[in-house]
Design a protein around this ligand. Structure first.
Ligand SMILES: NC(=O)C1=CN([C@@H]2O[C@H](COP(=O)(O)OP(=O)(O)OC[C@H]3O[C@@H](n4cnc5c(N)ncnc54)[C@H](OP(=O)(O)O)[C@@H]3O)[C@@H](O)[C@H]2O)C=CC1
Ligand SMILES: O=C(O)[C@H](O)COP(=O)(O)O
Length: 473
């Protein structure tokens, strides 16, 4: 079994304790990663701090060249890294390779966008006559050391979407990999290292978040935190972080609102793809559907039909539905389904489970007293809520603690815009499934779905602070 090591100050290092990473689909051992302890974090933080000044002193175009090199190397190794990723998190092999290729594109675009970062010049006289001799030059500078924490479901992409903007902005990075996903995360770090990222500029930390997370977040050398993961852990981190700037991408309960004039065939297609891609383990998955009685039966039938095209199996078979990340997630989903059925929901597909593999499940007649109407399952179960009218759709959509995205299905665009304005979410998709891309679009969650804005240009901005130089003429 292969032992993977951490990148610390430009060298690959192990620790006395290790964690064995197993494949969720088969239980086979994939490799070990170091289980870092609090005392080992010190060296990581000091190396990131020491490397920062010199990294920031490079011209942006020099940092961009290294990022471009990383993007090229990653693309070259997309199949190998994607195959490993597929085994580690049980994502279909094709989708895993796509994740790596998408990441290479994201890194290259970040390098280009970084070269277009601009300062600003402000005239004092625009505010008052007495200030008219003043002029401010507003410059952007690095935050310093950024702690990047990624979740299991995109261990390469959601790591790079933090690392690349931080690096191009002149920050150094301490990257805490998700434990399930650590091997893939370390492959990304290797690529940056091979591309020429200097020693100390990117460092990795593997080990359970529950053991070392608090020590990382509260470490005095950390200047900013960029986190993607559950609302529970994100809230905990934000509480501990105090005044450190935080970017948070958290949970979601994205709704599809199917209006009475919608093209039901298209809606069903988009809803099924949106709900079941990577077995529903996406923050942006469609996690509830609102429809009025007029269309409900037809929509449910169309969704059922579309779901028949979903294959269930192993990641290497490129199945649509693959085993979930662990059996605890599967247990939670089973609980949500049982609770809904007990309270009167109608199963439109047969419930089937083998260990952590759950067959795609459609539940009709879900009502607001069921946990499934509100909780994020992070798995292949889709609830249909029948409502009276559009007003009730908006009210229920907004009653969620989450506010990531929504999808509206209608051909009435003026009405869709009105509904979209009333929805408390970061993004509204028109006649399309909810999703994060294109990766340079702004991506944000409100309420318990997050803090700050991601998306390439916005992510770079979030990794920099302004400093003004004021001149008196
Ligand atoms: N809005 C968005 O863009 C996205 C949101 N998500 C959300 O993420 C969740 C699923 O991902 P999952 O990985 O299970 O999320 P978790 O919140 O369990 O873990 C996310 C990361 O945080 C680490 N961590 C755990 N505890 C701490 C701590 N105390 N301090 C610092 N870091 C810690 C984890 O490490 P370890 O693995 O070692 O526990 C992991 O690297 C879902 O709720 C989903 O909606 C996912 C992707 C995108
Ligand atoms: O983790 C997630 O769920 C992602 O941020 C969503 O990305 P996607 O919409 O491209 O799958």
């Amino acid at each position: 079994m292969k032992s993977y090591l951490n990148l610390v100050n430009g060298e690959w290092k192990g620790t006395s304790q290790t964690i064995t990473i197993k494949e969720p689909a088969t239980g086979k051992e994939l490799g070990t990663v170091p289980a870092m302890e609090e005392k080992e974090i010190e060296e990581v933080m000091q190396s990131a701090r020491q490397a920062q000044k010199e990294w920031q002193a490079l011209a942006v175009v020099e940092r961009a060249q290294i990022l471009h090199q990383a993007a090229q190397l990653l693309k070259k190794e997309a199949v190998e890294i994607g195959t490993l990723l597929s085994k580690e998190i049980a994502k279909s092999r094709a989708a895993s390779i796509q994740e790596v290729e998408r990441t290479a594109d994201l890194i290259a675009y970040t390098a280009e966008e970084g070269c277009r970062m601009e300062g600003q010049i402000l005239e004092g006289g625009s505010f008052s006559k007495k200030d008219q001799n003043k002029i401010a030059f507003v410059h952007k500078e690095a935050m310093g050391v950024v702690l990047a924490i990624a979740p299991f479901n995109y261990p390469v992409n959601l790591a790079a979407s933090k690392i690349a903007p931080a690096l191009i902005g002149g920050n150094t990075v301490v990257f805490k990999t998700p434990t399930q996903g650590a091997i893939s995360g370390l492959q990304l770090a290797r690529i940056f290292h091979e591309a020429g990222v200097p020693a100390g500029v990117l460092n990795t930390v593997t080990g359970r978040g529950s053991v070392i997370g608090d020590a990382l977040v509260t470490h005095p050398e950390v200047d900013a935190i960029n986190f993607t993961g559950s609302t529970e852990i994100g809230t905990h981190i934000a509480e501990l972080a105090g005044m450190k700037p935080c970017i948070m991408e958290l949970g979601g309960k994205d709704a599809a609102l199917v209006l009475e004039d919608a093209d039901l065939e298209n809606a069903a297609k988009e809803i099924v793809a949106g709900a079941f891609q990577y077995s529903g383990q996406r923050c942006t998955a469609i996690k509830r559907v609102f429809v009025t009685e007029k269309n409900a039966d037809a929509l449910v039938a169309a969704i059922q039909k579309e779901m028949e095209t979903l294959s269930v199996g192993l990641p290497e078979e490129n199945a649509d539905i693959t085993p979930l990340i662990d059996r605890f997630v599967a247990d939670h989903i089973e609980f949500l389904i049982e609770d809904a059925l007990l309270k009167g929901a109608v199963a439109k597909t047969k419930y089937q489970r083998e260990r952590n593999l759950i067959w795609p499940m459609l539940l009709d007649q879900v009502t607001v007293d069921m946990d499934l109407a509100w909780e994020e399952p992070f798995g292949p179960v889709l609830p249909i809520l029948r409502v009276k009218d559009v007003e009730e759709m908006i009210r229920l959509a907004n009653a969620s603690e989450y506010g990531l995205q929504s999808a509206i299905f209608t051909n009435n665009y003026p009405l869709a815009m009105e509904i979209g304005k009333a929805l408390k979410v970061g993004t509204v998709h028109m006649n399309h499934r909810t999703q994060r891309g294109a990766d340079h679009f702004p991506f944000l969650g409100i309420k318990n779905s997050g803090l700050g804005v991601q998306g390439i240009k916005y992510s770079i901005d979030a990794m920099m602070r302004m400093k003004s130089f004021v001149f008196e003429r």
